[in-house]
Write a protein that binds this ligand. Structure first.
Ligand SMILES: [Zn+2]
Ligand SMILES: [Zn+2]
Length: 206
């Protein structure tokens, strides 16, 4: 029985969304669990999230908290840390939830050895199978561990973030594709998309 309080079918859906079962997704699921406990789901309250990483955990946050790149309420400020800041507009509650290193994984050294070997050459089929098994074991362990041993939750000062801007589009005079007004560039009196603008500027100056 998983210690994670989220329903098992939801966890399965998160795995399907991400495409594989890994420890990064697992820790993301637990961080999402903590976020839902402290600030709630974006569908109920307006939540803005800043991710301090760009790895697998982000998919769990997107899938489970409703803070997504597409909706414009998730921003990636990648400093390589498994930490997420959540800002609730309604009452200005803000928390930072980060991964702790308190838990020991029995086969971490073996996994690192296999990762190093993978980087410097090919793993044998046996070693690939072993790595997959160890990865599953670690991910499952993360789901079963106490939340308090896995993540740190701290209150942080509230910051407000702009809501997603809805703007019109203009047709690029060069390629004919639509581009957002706020991204359009003017060159010789014509509105251009950024790639065409950069191409024409390069041609004009080379
Ligand atoms: Zn992953
Ligand atoms: Zn264009």
């Amino acid at each position: 029985m998983a210690n994670c309080k989220l329903p098992e079918d939801l966890i399965e859906q998160a795995k399907a969304f991400h495409g594989h079962w890994c420890s990064g997704l697992a820790i993301g699921i637990r961080i999402a669990e903590a976020a839902l406990d402290t600030v709630g789901h974006n569908g109920d309250e307006e939540i803005f999230c800043v991710s301090e990483c760009d790895h697998c955990a982000v998919d769990a946050i997107q899938f489970l908290t409703g803070c997504t790149i597409g909706k414009g309420n998730l921003r990636i400020e990648n400093v390589g840390k498994t930490a997420f800041r959540f800002y609730r507009r309604l009452d200005k509650k803000a928390v930072r939830i980060s991964k702790l290193n308190a838990i020991k994984y029995p086969n971490e050294a073996k996994m690192q050895e296999l990762r190093d070997k993978y980087a410097s050459g090919a793993l044998s089929e046996e070693e690939k199978a072993l790595y997959a098994a160890l990865r599953k074991e670690k991910s499952d362990q993360i789901l079963k561990s106490d939340l308090a041993a896995l993540v740190k939750i701290e209150d942080i000062p509230f910051e407000s973030f702009p809501r997603a801007l809805m703007t019109g589009s203009v047709t690029c005079a060069h390629c004919g594709e639509s581009t957002m007004e706020t991204k359009a560039r003017l060159f010789k009196g014509k509105a251009l998309c950024i790639p065409c603008f950069e191409k024409l500027i390069k041609e004009a100056t080379s």
